[in-house]
Every structure is written in structure tokens, then in C-alpha cells.
Design a protein around this ligand. Structure first.
Ligand code: ZN
Length: 448
């Protein structure tokens, strides 16, 4: 029978400092089958023992202090002063070198030659491959590239930013952000510090690979992004009479676009103008990439079977759900994540970590109030008020952002209404009026 021995050598070696009688050496280990091995040849000098390797029989003869130790490659037995002894680890013979486990050096070699050996792992700070500062919309973004995530800390005031990263950096920093006036890079063995001056930074937020400094100074609303929910392979909720939510949403959004274009001096961008699929993430990204000032995601609600009488118009902003119904609405909309292979998990954690929407919490709430008030005034269906819940599509939006549930597709009367172009126009008009009054209010506050 042939035994095939596969030796795995890891790409990430560890560094050890081995000290004996005031001599010390730094040696790099090889990770072999979950153990750190070091070549014995490099450490015998520190131990002050003689090293003779017989490549023919793969035996290593170590002598010193009147003792003789013979190691045999791949065998758990040594010959110590002429006596055979078992040892917990066999030395390995690789490329004409004998390797020994780091954690067995003291017990085997130290004991044999009556020496005190100290072994310390040198924990080197991980390496940062690249740091760049780029402009993204109205923001400056510091991006990091590394093989495994490294922790960092941000301190910032309106004009000065200090980022301290627990890693080593050997390159320069590329900056393409106009708002960054100067950069001071300080590199140390265990950490890296970047210090730079910025103009008018209002807030920042962190992601695992970047820090975004938000320095938008909006005095007027220039662009609004309307997001017709669902599309393509994702029909959204489906009514009893076969109406797809994605079609109702698009119908309302197209009407809304027309109204804004015709009466407000604002650009409008729809995340989709056709029946195509877009991920939830991409919808917010479109708004962020285009530096949109407002974001409205258009949906229709569907109730669970035991709540089939639920009906009406409701406006949401992103925050922790307060009622089961709000939670259910968010769960229904977040279910679209499955088309991207994402299992929606912890609702709370992404809301709390969403510093982008946290900055706009008050504004998003106020935006929702305006839309809801308008719908309450002009629509014949009930007003369900403003609610908050963890809608993933609003996550990471850098602007006041709301999600409207125009009516219940699960309610037969409302499904019938949603099928009618006239009703869609009415809904679009009430959202439009809400946007209009909100903008007036928002701009007045921004310019005060
Ligand atoms: Zn929906």
C-alpha cells in the first residue's frame, strides 16, 4: 500500500523571535498541516549546537554541551545520547532542510541540550495594499485595499480628518478629491495615520473598505430619483385578479415623472423605465451616483391572509419598525433580496449601521409627512399615516428617502383601482403635491 503524504504550505508565514543565552534570531515559519515549522539550520546558531545533516539517510546530527541528538525525518523517534526516545512530533525533511515544529523546540531541543530557549511570535501589523482618496458625487471617499479587513478609527471635525489604520503602508496616497486640500501620511511599523484637510464636511460614515465624507452643500433640490419597485423576474405582490405590483408601480412612477418634469424645475430620473429587474442595492446606488437630492421608492402593499381587509395609502422612512404591520411591509419588500441570492437577516443591524440615512432621519420623516398629508387630502382610499420600518432599498441613500405603499394590491377594491390609469394618475398627483410642498419647506430651511 502506498501512502501519499500531502504537505500543505500556507502562504502566510509567521515570524518568530527565538532567544537563547543572549543570542536571538528572527525566523519565518512555514505553516504545515496546522503547525508552524521552522528550519532547524537557522536556529542552531542561537542554540550554540553543531549541525550535520546527512541528506542520504535524512538524519540530522546535533551535538553540543556533551550531548548528541539524532533526528530522523518523518519519524517520531530521536536518539538522545545513544538512547532511543519518542517525541510528540516528527521532523520534516523539505528541500534538503530539516523543519521542526516551533512549539516543540523548547521541549525537545532545550531539554536535550539543557538550555533555556525563549520563543516569541512577532505579530507584524498587516499590510495595506492601497489607499486612495476619490470623489464620488459630492463626497470624498477614502478607499482601502487589503487582503483581509484591517481595523481603523476616524476622528473628524469640519475641516480636519484623521484616520488611523492598524496596518502598515508602504505606498503613496492618490487623491482625486477636490475637497481634500492637503494630505499628511505618517507610516509606522504597527499603524498608519492619514491626516487631511477638507472643506465643509458635514458627516462621514464607514464601510469595511472605505470612509465616506459627505460634504454636499445643497441649497436647492436639483434631481429627484423615482424608483418603481420590483420589475423583470420580480413581480412584487400579485393581486387576486392577476395584477402585478411591478406594473402598477411603474405606471404610477411614469405619471409622477411626467408631473415633475412639466411643473417643477427639477430633473427626474427613474431607476427603471421598463419591465426590468434591478437589485435593491442598485436602486439606491443610482440615486447616490447621480447625487440625487430626493429618493422615492414606489410600491403597492399586500397584506397577510388574516389581514385581507387592510387597505389604504402609507408612507415609510427607514428606521426601526414600531408595529408588526410595518415590519411585515418591510419584510415583504425586502424579500426581493432573494433574487440576488441574499437572505434578509438582521433588520435592526443594517438600520443602525446606516449612517447615511441616520443623517437624513429627520428629513426623511418630514418628507414622508408631506407626501402622506397630500395623499390624505386628495385620495379616496384611507390614509394609514407615516410609518417607519427597515426597508433595504432605502439603506445607504445619501438624501431624504421614502418608500410609498400606494394601495393594497391584496384588497380586491384597491387592486381594481390600481388597474385604472385614472387612479394611478391620482396617486402620482398626490405624491407629486407632497414632493412639491416638501421641497418648498426643505429649501427654505436649507437656506436659512
Ligand atoms: Zn413592493
Amino acid at each position: 500500500m502506498t501512502v501519499l503524504l500531502i504537505t500543505l504550505i500556507s502562504v502566510f508565514p509567521h515570524q518568530y523571535e527565538i532567544t537563547c543565552e543572549n543570542r536571538s534570531i528572527e525566523v519565518e515559519s512555514e505553516r504545515i498541516e496546522f503547525q508552524d515549522y521552522v528550519p532547524l539550520k537557522t536556529i542552531v546558531e542561537v542554540l550554540n549546537v553543531n549541525y550535520v545533516l546527512n541528506n542520504a539517510n535524512q538524519r540530522l546530527y546535533l551535538t553540543g554541551g556533551g550531548h548528541k541528538l539524532v533526528l530522523m525525518a518523518n519519524i517520531n523517534t530521536v536518539v538522545y545520547d545513544g538512547v532511543y526516545q519518542n517525541v510528540p512530533f516528527a521532523p520534516l525533511y523539505i528541500s534538503q532542510e530539516v523543519y521542526f515544529p516551533v512549539n516543540a523546540i523548547t521541549s525537545t531541543l532545550g531539554k536535550s541540550f539543557e538550555k533555556l530557549i525563549f520563543i516569541k511570535e512577532i505579530k507584524e501589523a498587516p499590510l495595506i495594499d492601497k489607499i486612495s482618496i476619490i470623489a464620488r458625487g459630492d463626497s470624498s471617499v477614502v478607499t482601502f485595499e487589503w487582503k483581509t479587513p484591517i481595523e481603523f478609527d476616524v476622528q473628524f471635525s469640519q475641516k480636519r480628518v484623521i484616520i488611523e489604520i492598524d496596518g502598515r503602508y508602504k505606498n503613496k496616497i492618490n487623491s482625486k478629491a477636490k475637497s481634500v486640500k492637503s494630505i499628511k501620511l505618517s507610516t509606522f511599523e504597527t499603524y498608519t495615520q492619514i491626516e487631511f484637510d477638507v472643506e465643509n464636511v458635514n458627516s462621514f460614515f464607514e464601510r469595511p473598505h472605505e470612509v465616506v465624507f459627505y460634504n454636499k452643500i445643497t441649497e436647492e433640490v436639483r434631481l429627484i430619483v423615482i424608483d418603481p419597485g420590483h420589475g423583470g423576474i420580480d413581480p412584487g405582490a400579485v393581486g387576486k385578479k392577476g395584477l402585478y405590483e411591478k406594473d402598477a408601480n411603474l405606471g404610477i412612477a411614469l405619471e409622477l415623472k411626467k408631473l415633475i418634469k412639466d411643473s417643477l424645475k427639477i430633473d427626474v430620473l427613474l431607476t427603471r423605465e421598463k419591465d426590468i429587474y434591478l437589485s435593491l442595492r442598485e436602486r439606491t446606488n443610482i440615486a447616490n451616483r447621480n447625487s440625487a437630492d430626493l429618493f422615492v421608492s414606489v410600491h403597492c402593499n399586500a397584506a397577510a391572509k388574516n389581514k385581507s381587509k387592510s387597505r389604504g395609502f402609507e408612507t415609510f422612512f427607514l428606521s426601526e419598525a414600531k408595529t408588526d404591520e410595518a415590519r411585515a411591509a418591510a419584510a415583504l419588500e425586502n424579500a426581493a433580496l432573494k433574487f440576488d441570492g441574499i437572505v434578509p437577516t438582521d433588520e435592526i443591524s443594517f438600520i443602525l449601521h446606516d449612517l447615511a440615512q441616520n443623517v437624513y432621519l429627520e428629513e426623511s420623516n418630514s418628507f414622508a409627512e408631506h407626501i402622506q398629508a397630500s395623499a390624505e387630502k386628495s385620495l379616496s382610499i384611507p390614509s394609514r399615516g407615516v410609518s417607519q420600518a427597515g426597508f433595504y432599498v432605502l439603506h445607504g441613500a445619501f438624501m431624504p428617502a421614502v418608500l410609498v405603499e400606494c394601495a393594497f394590491i391584496s384588497h380586491v377594491d384597491e387592486e381594481n383601482l390600481l388597474k385604472q390609469k385614472q387612479f394611478r394618475k391620482k396617486v402620482a398627483h398626490s405624491i407629486f403635491r407632497g414632493i412639491q410642498t416638501y421641497i418648498k419647506d426643505y429649501e427654505r430651511r436649507l437656506n436659512n
